[in-house]
Design a binder for this molecule. Sequence first.
Ligand code: PHE
Length: 336
Amino acid sequence: MTWNFSEINQDVDKDIESVVDQKTLEDFRIKYLGRKGLVQKIFASLGTLSKEEKPIVGKDSNILKNRLSSLLEQKQKEIANKKSNAGKTKLDVSLPGVSFASGHTHLISQTIEEICDIFEKLGFIVEEGPEIETEHYNFSALNIPANHPSRDGFDTFYLNAPDPKEKGVNLLLRSHTSPGQIRIMEEHKPPLAVIIPGKVYRPDAVDASHSFMFHQIEGLLIDKDIKFSHLKGLLSAFCKRLFGDKIEMRFRPHFFPFTEPSAEVDISWAQGKKTWLEIMGCGLVHPAVFKAAGYPKGKYTGLAFGLGVERIAMLKYGIKDIRTFYENDDRFLKQF
Ligand code: PHE
Protein backbone atom coordinates (compact mmCIF):
# COMPACT_ATOMS: atom_id res chain seq x y z
CA MET A 1 0.00 0.00 0.00
CA THR A 2 1.33 3.42 -0.90
CA TRP A 3 0.33 6.68 0.73
CA ASN A 4 -0.80 9.89 -0.86
CA PHE A 5 1.00 12.42 1.31
CA SER A 6 -0.38 15.48 -0.34
CA GLU A 7 -3.90 14.27 0.35
CA ILE A 8 -2.94 13.44 3.94
CA ASN A 9 -1.51 16.93 4.40
CA GLN A 10 -4.71 18.43 3.08
CA ASP A 11 -6.69 16.42 5.63
CA VAL A 12 -4.33 17.56 8.35
CA ASP A 13 -4.86 21.20 7.30
CA LYS A 14 -8.61 20.76 7.47
CA ASP A 15 -8.59 18.90 10.78
CA ILE A 16 -6.29 21.33 12.55
CA GLU A 17 -8.77 24.11 11.69
CA SER A 18 -11.43 22.48 13.83
CA VAL A 19 -9.16 22.16 16.85
CA VAL A 20 -10.51 24.76 19.32
CA ASP A 21 -10.02 23.30 22.78
CA GLN A 22 -8.31 20.60 24.78
CA LYS A 23 -10.85 17.98 23.72
CA THR A 24 -10.60 18.55 19.94
CA LEU A 25 -6.82 18.81 20.27
CA GLU A 26 -6.72 15.37 21.86
CA ASP A 27 -8.98 13.94 19.12
CA PHE A 28 -6.57 15.33 16.56
CA ARG A 29 -3.57 13.82 18.34
CA ILE A 30 -5.19 10.40 18.59
CA LYS A 31 -6.21 10.42 14.94
CA TYR A 32 -2.70 11.13 13.65
CA LEU A 33 -0.14 10.38 16.36
CA GLY A 34 -1.99 7.95 18.60
CA ARG A 35 -0.94 4.32 19.02
CA LYS A 36 -3.45 3.33 16.38
CA GLY A 37 -3.12 6.63 14.55
CA LEU A 38 -2.26 7.26 10.93
CA VAL A 39 1.45 7.81 11.44
CA GLN A 40 1.78 4.46 13.23
CA LYS A 41 -0.12 2.83 10.35
CA ILE A 42 2.24 4.33 7.82
CA PHE A 43 5.30 3.17 9.79
CA ALA A 44 3.81 -0.28 10.13
CA SER A 45 3.28 -0.45 6.40
CA LEU A 46 6.92 0.26 5.61
CA GLY A 47 7.77 -3.44 5.85
CA THR A 48 5.41 -4.25 3.01
CA LEU A 49 6.95 -1.80 0.63
CA SER A 50 9.46 -2.38 -2.15
CA LYS A 51 13.10 -1.45 -1.76
CA GLU A 52 12.63 1.65 -3.92
CA GLU A 53 9.45 2.85 -2.21
CA LYS A 54 10.62 2.32 1.36
CA PRO A 55 13.14 5.23 1.68
CA ILE A 56 10.79 7.67 -0.06
CA VAL A 57 7.78 6.83 2.08
CA GLY A 58 9.99 6.63 5.17
CA LYS A 59 11.26 10.15 4.54
CA ASP A 60 7.79 11.55 3.81
CA SER A 61 6.30 9.95 6.89
CA ASN A 62 9.02 11.47 9.07
CA ILE A 63 8.29 14.88 7.61
CA LEU A 64 4.60 14.32 8.28
CA LYS A 65 5.24 13.24 11.88
CA ASN A 66 7.40 16.31 12.59
CA ARG A 67 4.83 18.57 11.05
CA LEU A 68 2.06 17.03 13.16
CA SER A 69 4.14 17.38 16.35
CA SER A 70 4.81 21.05 15.77
CA LEU A 71 1.16 21.73 14.86
CA LEU A 72 0.09 20.04 18.08
CA GLU A 73 2.54 22.08 20.13
CA GLN A 74 1.45 25.32 18.51
CA LYS A 75 -2.25 24.62 19.07
CA GLN A 76 -1.58 23.59 22.66
CA LYS A 77 -0.05 27.05 23.28
CA GLU A 78 -2.90 28.85 21.57
CA ILE A 79 -5.49 27.05 23.68
CA ALA A 80 -3.62 27.74 26.92
CA ASN A 81 -3.38 31.43 26.03
CA LYS A 82 -7.02 31.69 25.17
CA LYS A 83 -7.92 30.07 28.46
CA SER A 84 -5.95 32.50 30.61
CA ASN A 85 -7.27 35.54 28.71
CA ALA A 86 -10.83 34.31 28.93
CA GLY A 87 -10.34 33.94 32.68
CA LYS A 88 -9.41 37.60 32.94
CA THR A 89 -12.27 39.07 30.94
CA LYS A 90 -14.87 36.90 32.61
CA LEU A 91 -14.48 37.38 36.33
CA ASP A 92 -11.49 37.91 38.51
CA VAL A 93 -12.74 38.58 42.00
CA SER A 94 -9.25 39.55 43.11
CA LEU A 95 -9.21 42.62 40.81
CA PRO A 96 -10.06 45.98 42.41
CA GLY A 97 -13.65 47.04 41.71
CA VAL A 98 -14.54 49.72 39.16
CA SER A 99 -15.81 52.74 41.02
CA PHE A 100 -18.15 55.30 39.49
CA ALA A 101 -18.01 58.96 40.35
CA SER A 102 -21.37 59.80 41.85
CA GLY A 103 -22.73 63.18 42.85
CA HIS A 104 -24.69 64.04 45.95
CA THR A 105 -27.20 66.57 47.18
CA HIS A 106 -25.86 70.13 47.20
CA LEU A 107 -25.42 71.69 50.64
CA ILE A 108 -28.12 74.27 49.88
CA SER A 109 -30.59 71.54 48.95
CA GLN A 110 -29.55 69.55 52.01
CA THR A 111 -30.22 72.57 54.22
CA ILE A 112 -33.60 73.21 52.57
CA GLU A 113 -34.52 69.56 53.09
CA GLU A 114 -33.43 69.68 56.71
CA ILE A 115 -35.44 72.83 57.44
CA CYS A 116 -38.54 71.59 55.58
CA ASP A 117 -38.26 68.33 57.48
CA ILE A 118 -38.38 70.12 60.83
CA PHE A 119 -41.49 72.07 59.84
CA GLU A 120 -43.15 69.04 58.29
CA LYS A 121 -42.77 67.24 61.60
CA LEU A 122 -44.54 70.22 63.17
CA GLY A 123 -47.47 69.76 60.80
CA PHE A 124 -46.56 72.15 57.98
CA ILE A 125 -46.93 71.21 54.31
CA VAL A 126 -44.43 72.23 51.63
CA GLU A 127 -45.56 74.22 48.58
CA GLU A 128 -43.73 76.08 45.85
CA GLY A 129 -44.46 79.29 43.97
CA PRO A 130 -43.22 80.69 40.64
CA GLU A 131 -39.87 82.47 40.33
CA ILE A 132 -41.31 84.85 37.75
CA GLU A 133 -43.84 86.97 39.56
CA THR A 134 -46.11 89.93 39.08
CA GLU A 135 -45.90 93.26 40.89
CA HIS A 136 -49.22 92.37 42.43
CA TYR A 137 -47.98 89.25 44.24
CA ASN A 138 -44.43 90.44 44.93
CA PHE A 139 -45.48 93.89 46.22
CA SER A 140 -49.00 95.24 46.10
CA ALA A 141 -50.85 92.35 47.71
CA LEU A 142 -48.17 92.35 50.42
CA ASN A 143 -49.05 95.91 51.36
CA ILE A 144 -46.06 97.38 49.52
CA PRO A 145 -47.76 99.92 47.25
CA ALA A 146 -46.15 101.39 44.12
CA ASN A 147 -43.65 104.19 44.84
CA HIS A 148 -43.67 103.35 48.53
CA PRO A 149 -40.16 103.70 50.00
CA SER A 150 -40.39 100.22 51.56
CA ARG A 151 -40.02 98.81 48.05
CA ASP A 152 -36.40 99.95 48.14
CA GLY A 153 -35.61 97.17 50.59
CA PHE A 154 -36.70 94.67 48.00
CA ASP A 155 -34.66 95.81 45.02
CA THR A 156 -35.91 93.89 42.06
CA PHE A 157 -34.97 92.55 38.64
CA TYR A 158 -37.67 93.46 36.16
CA LEU A 159 -38.13 91.38 33.06
CA ASN A 160 -38.60 92.67 29.56
CA ALA A 161 -42.05 91.13 29.48
CA PRO A 162 -45.37 92.83 30.22
CA ASP A 163 -47.64 91.46 32.91
CA PRO A 164 -50.58 89.99 30.97
CA LYS A 165 -52.95 90.84 33.85
CA GLU A 166 -51.89 94.38 34.70
CA LYS A 167 -51.51 97.14 32.16
CA GLY A 168 -48.24 99.08 32.03
CA VAL A 169 -46.21 96.88 34.38
CA ASN A 170 -43.64 94.24 33.65
CA LEU A 171 -43.13 90.83 35.15
CA LEU A 172 -40.25 90.43 37.58
CA LEU A 173 -38.06 87.87 39.32
CA ARG A 174 -39.46 87.52 42.83
CA SER A 175 -37.33 89.36 45.36
CA HIS A 176 -38.60 87.25 48.27
CA THR A 177 -40.72 84.14 48.81
CA SER A 178 -43.50 86.18 50.49
CA PRO A 179 -45.65 86.36 47.29
CA GLY A 180 -46.17 82.67 47.99
CA GLN A 181 -48.20 83.72 51.06
CA ILE A 182 -50.85 85.35 48.89
CA ARG A 183 -50.92 82.48 46.40
CA ILE A 184 -51.41 79.97 49.21
CA MET A 185 -54.12 82.05 50.88
CA GLU A 186 -55.97 82.28 47.57
CA GLU A 187 -55.79 78.53 47.03
CA HIS A 188 -56.39 77.14 50.50
CA LYS A 189 -58.81 77.89 53.29
CA PRO A 190 -57.60 78.22 56.91
CA PRO A 191 -56.51 76.63 59.11
CA LEU A 192 -53.31 76.29 57.13
CA ALA A 193 -49.63 75.76 57.88
CA VAL A 194 -47.36 75.96 54.85
CA ILE A 195 -43.70 76.46 54.12
CA ILE A 196 -42.50 77.65 50.72
CA PRO A 197 -38.84 77.14 49.80
CA GLY A 198 -37.38 78.73 46.69
CA LYS A 199 -34.91 80.94 44.87
CA VAL A 200 -35.15 84.71 45.11
CA TYR A 201 -33.35 87.43 43.14
CA ARG A 202 -32.06 90.88 44.01
CA PRO A 203 -29.70 93.10 42.01
CA ASP A 204 -27.06 93.18 44.76
CA ALA A 205 -23.36 93.56 44.01
CA VAL A 206 -21.83 90.14 44.58
CA ASP A 207 -19.43 89.83 47.52
CA ALA A 208 -18.70 87.42 50.38
CA SER A 209 -22.15 87.92 51.87
CA HIS A 210 -24.28 88.99 48.88
CA SER A 211 -25.46 87.19 45.80
CA PHE A 212 -27.95 88.25 43.12
CA MET A 213 -29.70 84.93 43.69
CA PHE A 214 -30.20 83.15 46.98
CA HIS A 215 -32.71 80.90 48.70
CA GLN A 216 -35.45 81.65 51.18
CA ILE A 217 -37.98 79.58 53.03
CA GLU A 218 -41.27 81.27 53.74
CA GLY A 219 -43.54 80.10 56.52
CA LEU A 220 -47.22 80.88 56.93
CA LEU A 221 -49.64 79.70 59.58
CA ILE A 222 -53.25 80.93 59.61
CA ASP A 223 -55.96 80.07 62.07
CA LYS A 224 -58.10 81.84 64.64
CA ASP A 225 -56.43 83.52 67.64
CA ILE A 226 -52.84 83.22 66.50
CA LYS A 227 -50.65 85.39 68.73
CA PHE A 228 -47.07 86.57 68.79
CA SER A 229 -46.37 83.97 71.49
CA HIS A 230 -47.20 81.23 68.95
CA LEU A 231 -44.64 82.75 66.62
CA LYS A 232 -42.00 82.87 69.36
CA GLY A 233 -42.71 79.31 70.47
CA LEU A 234 -42.66 77.95 66.93
CA LEU A 235 -39.45 79.67 65.91
CA SER A 236 -37.57 78.82 69.09
CA ALA A 237 -38.57 75.16 68.72
CA PHE A 238 -37.32 75.32 65.14
CA CYS A 239 -33.98 76.94 66.05
CA LYS A 240 -33.35 74.37 68.78
CA ARG A 241 -33.98 71.52 66.41
CA LEU A 242 -31.77 72.98 63.73
CA PHE A 243 -28.89 74.33 65.81
CA GLY A 244 -29.19 72.33 69.05
CA ASP A 245 -30.61 73.07 72.50
CA LYS A 246 -27.78 75.44 73.45
CA ILE A 247 -28.69 78.00 70.81
CA GLU A 248 -29.73 81.42 72.10
CA MET A 249 -32.12 83.59 70.17
CA ARG A 250 -33.74 86.98 70.40
CA PHE A 251 -36.59 88.77 68.65
CA ARG A 252 -35.59 92.28 67.63
CA PRO A 253 -38.40 94.67 66.64
CA HIS A 254 -38.36 95.46 62.94
CA PHE A 255 -40.63 96.68 60.16
CA PHE A 256 -42.15 94.73 57.29
CA PRO A 257 -45.18 96.11 55.41
CA PHE A 258 -46.87 92.69 55.40
CA THR A 259 -46.57 91.87 59.11
CA GLU A 260 -47.59 93.74 62.24
CA PRO A 261 -45.93 93.55 64.68
CA SER A 262 -42.72 92.52 62.93
CA ALA A 263 -39.40 91.29 64.18
CA GLU A 264 -36.07 89.96 63.08
CA VAL A 265 -34.68 86.83 64.72
CA ASP A 266 -31.03 86.76 65.78
CA ILE A 267 -29.21 83.71 67.05
CA SER A 268 -26.00 83.30 69.01
CA TRP A 269 -23.70 80.50 70.00
CA ALA A 270 -22.40 80.77 73.54
CA GLN A 271 -18.83 80.37 72.28
CA GLY A 272 -16.42 83.04 73.51
CA LYS A 273 -17.62 86.59 72.88
CA LYS A 274 -21.33 86.68 72.18
CA THR A 275 -22.32 87.92 68.73
CA TRP A 276 -25.85 88.03 67.35
CA LEU A 277 -26.55 87.00 63.78
CA GLU A 278 -29.78 87.70 61.96
CA ILE A 279 -31.36 84.67 60.31
CA MET A 280 -34.93 85.65 59.50
CA GLY A 281 -37.75 88.14 59.41
CA CYS A 282 -41.15 87.39 60.92
CA GLY A 283 -44.36 88.81 62.30
CA LEU A 284 -48.12 88.50 62.51
CA VAL A 285 -49.93 88.70 59.18
CA HIS A 286 -51.00 92.30 58.44
CA PRO A 287 -54.77 92.82 57.99
CA ALA A 288 -54.06 94.41 54.59
CA VAL A 289 -52.59 91.08 53.44
CA PHE A 290 -55.73 89.19 54.46
CA LYS A 291 -57.74 91.78 52.58
CA ALA A 292 -55.63 91.43 49.43
CA ALA A 293 -56.08 87.65 49.55
CA GLY A 294 -59.84 88.12 49.79
CA TYR A 295 -60.26 86.93 53.38
CA PRO A 296 -63.14 88.32 55.46
CA LYS A 297 -62.15 91.15 57.77
CA GLY A 298 -61.13 90.18 61.33
CA LYS A 299 -61.94 86.50 60.97
CA TYR A 300 -58.43 85.07 60.90
CA THR A 301 -55.05 85.75 62.40
CA GLY A 302 -51.74 84.38 61.25
CA LEU A 303 -48.00 84.34 61.60
CA ALA A 304 -45.39 84.51 58.86
CA PHE A 305 -41.65 84.24 58.64
CA GLY A 306 -39.00 84.18 55.95
CA LEU A 307 -35.54 82.81 56.49
CA GLY A 308 -32.38 82.92 54.41
CA VAL A 309 -31.09 79.45 53.57
CA GLU A 310 -27.52 80.48 52.67
CA ARG A 311 -27.24 82.46 55.91
CA ILE A 312 -28.27 79.44 57.95
CA ALA A 313 -25.97 77.05 56.07
CA MET A 314 -23.07 79.50 56.48
CA LEU A 315 -23.66 79.75 60.23
CA LYS A 316 -24.19 76.06 60.70
CA TYR A 317 -21.17 74.90 58.72
CA GLY A 318 -18.81 77.84 59.28
CA ILE A 319 -18.75 78.94 55.63
CA LYS A 320 -17.25 82.38 55.18
CA ASP A 321 -18.12 83.25 51.59
CA ILE A 322 -21.57 82.86 50.00
CA ARG A 323 -20.00 82.55 46.53
CA THR A 324 -18.57 79.13 47.37
CA PHE A 325 -22.11 77.72 47.16
CA TYR A 326 -22.40 78.52 43.48
CA GLU A 327 -18.89 78.00 42.13
CA ASN A 328 -19.26 74.24 41.82
CA ASP A 329 -15.77 73.60 43.15
CA ASP A 330 -15.66 69.91 43.88
CA ARG A 331 -13.26 70.42 46.80
CA PHE A 332 -15.94 72.52 48.54
CA LEU A 333 -18.97 70.43 47.57
CA LYS A 334 -17.36 67.14 48.62
CA GLN A 335 -17.05 68.31 52.22
CA PHE A 336 -20.80 68.18 52.81
N1 PHE B 1 -39.91 88.65 52.96
C1 PHE B 1 -39.07 89.16 53.98
C2 PHE B 1 -37.66 89.39 53.42
O1 PHE B 1 -37.37 88.92 52.38
C3 PHE B 1 -38.97 88.23 55.16
C4 PHE B 1 -40.29 88.07 55.88
C5 PHE B 1 -41.16 87.06 55.53
C6 PHE B 1 -40.64 88.91 56.93
C7 PHE B 1 -42.34 86.88 56.22
C8 PHE B 1 -41.81 88.76 57.61
C9 PHE B 1 -42.67 87.75 57.26
O2 PHE B 1 -36.86 90.05 54.03
